[in-house]
Design a protein around this ligand. Structure first.
Ligand code: ATP
Length: 346
């Protein structure tokens, strides 16, 4: 493939969903950085979350879903699902509705972000469409509730294949599946059986399995042992936050939800209502999600330039351009401005 010359880009259409809480702040920052890198993007506004309820009468308006189906790529902020009122989680609806079956979350140590670990370099691959997130719960008799964990061979095989293909495509060496098949012999047993069967087709990628409680302990003891993690929906959710804690918190872990119909890029963190509107949210995870999106769009030169820019800003150890969650004194604006300055230097 011919190498792209820097700063000459074709135009893309991307659905931009600010979401709720800190969403508009961090997504606004990511958009500014991407625009500053010179990538030509036609941003198509999309509403979702609590902020969509009044104007559109829905937490996830059909227009937004249609736009993602049409343009195939979205950059999305976190959305709040009102508790009570019987609303289904917006994120779950979006992932299930568009069959965005693979959540991909790279977790890595970043120079300049001090934590107890300096050697984390793993990727979480989470099944996004079923398991305990199927939302099928009912009261059997008063005081007794059942929640169903739906596990299908098709989805387990598909996510396992995704994890191994990802490993192969990104020069990764090992896939580790976490499970609790010693207790959920049928449900987790099926997930494990599918992962084992798929692993046979990838002799070049090492495969191992761990009971999830032991896996958590092993991650905390030595995260460098792990490369690609293959997880069901609930385990993937929990392990994502656990792993975020290894590298500096939720402000630094990006993500992508990938399916056949398209891809939605979004940070692992939620809408963080405790800090919303204060100008102190860390936009790094949203910017990193934007970088994943640019790579997906084939804009690897701009992606690389943005990545080098935030790496530089963080490595410079200047507290004024570092957000509070990373021990700095700066806010969303200061960090974003520093990254843009560095991006424009090239
Ligand atoms: P959800 O259930 O929607 O995934 P959550 O319960 O995991 O959300 P978050 O909204 O992600 O919660 O917030 C968890 C904590 O992390 C909060 O204290 C929040 O302020 C902090 N946090 C999350 N994202 C950021 C960010 N980008 N910058 C700084 N702090 C953040």
């Amino acid at each position: 493939m011919a190498k792209k010359s820097p700063r000459k880009h074709s135009s893309h259409s991307v659905v931009l969903i600010p979401g709720d809480g800190i969403g508009p702040e961090v997504i606004g920052a990511a958009r500014e950085v991407i625009d500053a890198a010179g990538v030509k993007i036609d941003w198509v506004p999309g509403a979702a979350g609590e902020s969509a309820l009044k104007p559109h009468g829905s937490l996830l308006p059909k227009e937004t879903l249609d736009a993602i189906v049409k343009y195939k790529v979205a950059l999305k902020g976190p959305c709040t699902t009102p508790i009570g009122g019987g609303h289904k989680s917006i994120n779950v609806s979006l992932r299930q509705g568009l069959n965005l079956y693979a959540a991909v979350r790279p977790v890595r140590s970043i120079e300049g972000i001090k934590t107890r670990y300096d050697n984390v370099e793993m990727v979480i691959v989470r099944e996004n469409t079923e398991g305990l997130y199927s939302g099928i719960e009912h009261e059997v008799v008063p005081g007794v509730v059942e929640a169903l964990k739906i596990v299908t061979e098709r989805a387990c095989t598909r996510i396992s294949e995704y994890a191994f293909e990802y490993a192969r495509g990104h020069a990764r060496k090992r896939v580790t599946v976490f499970h609790k098949a010693n207790i959920m012999k049928m449900a987790d047993g099926l997930f494990l059986k599918c992962a084992r069967a798929v692993s046979q087709k990838y002799p070049d990628i090492a495969f191992n399995e761990m009971i999830i409680d032991n896996g958590c302990m092993q991650i905390i003891k030595d995260p460098s042992r792990f490369d690609v993690l293959l997880l069901d929906n609930l385990y993937g959710d929990i392990i994502s936050d656990l792993c975020a804690g290894l590298v500096g918190g939720l402000g630094v872990v990006p993500g992508a939800n990938i399916g056949e119909a398209g891809a939605v890029f979004e940070s692992v963190h939620g809408s963080a209502p405790d800090i919303a509107g204060k100008g102190i949210a860390n936009p790094l995870a949203a910017i990193m999600s934007g970088v994943m999106m640019l790579n997906f769009l084939g804009e690897s030169e701009a992606a690389q330039r943005i990545k080098a820019a935030y790496n530089d800003v963080l490595a410079s150890d200047n507290p004024k351009v570092r957000t509070k969650d990373l021990g700095g004194e700066g806010g969303t604006r200061e960090f974003t401005r520093a990254v843009i300055k560095r991006v424009q230097k090239g």
